[in-house]
Design a protein around this ligand. Structure first.
Ligand SMILES: C[S@@+](CC[C@H](N)C(=O)[O-])C[C@H]1O[C@@H](n2cnc3c(N)ncnc32)[C@H](O)[C@@H]1O
Length: 169
């Protein structure tokens, strides 16, 4: 049986997105700088995990149907975003999708106290402009004002984020 194709999950974390795509029958390359992918997900026959920085991952041309990077962009500086977009554009098949979500600059979560890496607040407009300059088109976009979760309610914080789906033109 031929599988529907390959998906790259960047900054996969515990692997919820990787598992979603694997369950749909996609082969998934899951990458993260920290090895926190759930053991059961790692053992899923369709998920391959690579412990690496996103910018160091070796990408083949026109290899993926989709690249997914949710809650990820805030961990990389603008210059890296630019080079990742360039690499991801090459790595996608024509008509392939790039799906992103990231914390935006008007979020009330500020600073990098809980993280030992810098936290960047990219403007959605700049991210879109950059992606369009690389040859992506916007398919869908949405601001999300998340209701405070239990943890965030204690800290009275709201997380504003932005979700966007690009298509390779
Ligand atoms: C907030 S978690 C999101 C996890 C997953 N994408 C999700 O939505 O559930 C961000 C993940 O990105 C990873 N990460 C941060 N910077 C990275 C980088 N430069 N290269 C690869 N992974 C990175 C972190 O280790 C973390 O697992």
């Amino acid at each position: 049986m031929e599988l529907p194709g390959k998906v790259l999950d960047v900054g996969c974390g515990s692997g919820r997105n990787s598992l979603f795509f694997a369950r749909m029958g996609y082969e998934v390359d899951a990458i993260d700088v920290v090895n926190v992918l759930n053991k059961e997900h790692k053992e899923h026959g369709l998920i391959k995990f690579y412990e690496t920085l996103a910018r160091d991952f070796d990408l083949k041309n026109e290899h993926y149907l989709a690249i997914v990077a949710t809650r990820f962009l805030q961990f990389v500086c603008p210059r890296t975003v630019e080079s990742l977009f360039k690499d991801w554009h090459k790595a996608l098949k024509p008509g392939g999708y790039l799906t992103l979500s990231f914390v935006v600059s008007n979020s009330s979560i500020k600073g990098s106290k809980r993280y030992d890496v810098p936290y960047y607040y990219h403007s959605p407009e700049k991210v879109i402009r950059l992606a369009e300059n690389m040859g992506f088109g916007v398919l869908a976009k949405k601001y999300v004002n998340k209701k405070p979760s239990d943890i965030n309610r204690v800290r009275k914080k709201l997380i504003d984020s932005f979700e966007v789906i690009f298509v390779k033109k």
